[in-house]
Design a protein around this ligand. Structure first.
Ligand SMILES: *Cc1c(COP(=O)(O)O)cnc(C)c1O
Length: 369
């Protein structure tokens, strides 16, 4: 029986390489690959992930916030980094760290230009974001003249790319809507190329976009979830390899008699003699309360063991009746025999939320480096 010492999130860099190469194989060789590594590499270990992606040939990185880009620069990453959702208080730090902001409104463009001019920048690379239907961030199609005027009114910045984000690239029922988004971006970009007299990069596809909209790869794609091994689709999931396996250990085994209760609020009552195990992982580690009371389970020595009772802050209890195991044995929460997408769905959520929610106190262990 495999033994464990503590709760760890194992990160497999061979799996990352497999996913990168698989996604790359769907692209024309001229298309650039922007690796999205926001939120600590979707909850993994961003510096190791980014270094590996540099070796693999990633052309660009994307993070959500300036602080995430600064952390990569401090770790020695020199690849261009797009900051998807910068805040104006960080514009100086963005320039000092050679990060490239996404600019999505008149206000942020004007603020950024002010700072860039103050720092005597010339042609500082910026990425103009257009809202084509997600209605989250971005200039509307009607604002292309404004964008042109803002860009032509300064020497301090220069558009490195025009981009947009798809609302439902994984959903075939929304195909028409997605095609409309793609068409809108292409149309406004062509207009702007003409008026500006130069041609910034164009990009719109996230992971599911790469798979479902091959004609919309344009100059670059932005992939996050696929790199970490999830395809938002059964067939794609089989081609990708999840990079993370969340493992823990049996801290203690209890034998409940019929009628005895387990855990807070006595949420579990044994209907018959029940063998239980207590594990050192709880909602403060990212295993939220939705997984408790039998909704989800874990794998003990190859067998499925339901989580019983309420999830505690630092512990969960599982039913191991009939499973051969002892204290100190390894337990798999997700990864390997239990796909994280399946585990997530039992907790009424999706892989993105599950993996980015694994708390910083869970030790990350890099394998196959
Ligand atoms: C997070 C994000 C992505 C990556 O999406 P995946 O579905 O994880 O591939 C791409 N573009 C933008 C703007 C994002 O915010």
């Amino acid at each position: 029986m495999p033994k464990a010492r503590e709760t760890v999130l194992e990160i497999d860099l061979d799996a990352l390489a497999h996913n990168y190469n698989y996604l790359r194989s769907k692209l024309h060789e001229d298309v650039m690959f922007m690796a999205v590594v926001k939120a600590n590499g979707y909850g993994s270990e961003v510096v190791d992930i980014a270094r590996k992606l540099v070796d693999l040939g990633a052309d660009y990185f994307a993070v959500a916030y300036a602080s995430e880009g600064i952390a990569l620069r401090k770790a020695g990453i020199e690849t261009p980094i797009l900051v998807l959702h910068p805040q104006s208080v960080n514009f100086e730090a963005i320039i000092e760290n050679c990060l490239e902001p996404s600019l999505y409104s008149k206000f942020v463009v004007e603020e950024f230009i002010k700072i860039a001019e103050g720092l005597k920048q010339k042609n500082y690379p910026v990425h103009l974001k257009f809202n084509t239907g997600l209605n989250r961030l971005g200039f509307s199609e009607k604002e292309t003249a404004l964008v042109r005027d803002l860009l032509q009114g300064t020497e301090a910045v220069k558009a490195k790319s025009f981009f947009s984000h798809l609302a439902a690239s994984e959903d075939w029922r929304e195909r028409e809507f997605t095609l409309m988004q793609i068409h809108t971006l292409r149309k406004l970009a062509i207009k702007l190329y003409d008026e500006l007299g130069y041609r910034p990069l164009l990009h719109i596809c996230n992971t599911s976009g790469i798979n479902n909209y091959p004609k919309a790869h344009f100059d670059m794609v932005r992939s996050g979830i696929g790199l970490y091994g999830f395809g938002n689709d059964k067939t794609e999931d089989q081609k990708l390899k999840p990079i993370g396996t969340l493992k823990t250990i049996i801290s203690q085994i209890h034998h409940l008699e019929k009628g005895q209760s387990l855990g807070y609020n006595r949420a579990f009552i044994a209907e018959k003699p029940t063998k239980t195990a207590t594990l050192p992982i709880g909602h403060a580690d990212g295993i939220n309360r939705q997984y408790g009371n039998g909704h989800a389970g874990v794998i003990v020595n190859g067998k499925y063991a339901p989580i019983i009772g309420n999830v505690c802050m630092d512990m969960i209890m599982i039913n191991i009746t009939g499973i051969e195991c002892e204290e100190g044995d390894e337990v798999i929460i997700f990864g390997g025999p239990q796909h994280a997408t399946e585990f997530a769905s039992k907790g009424k959520t999706i892989s993105y939320e599950l993996i980015t929610g694994i708390a910083p106190r869970v030790k990350r262990e890099i394998i196959n480096n």
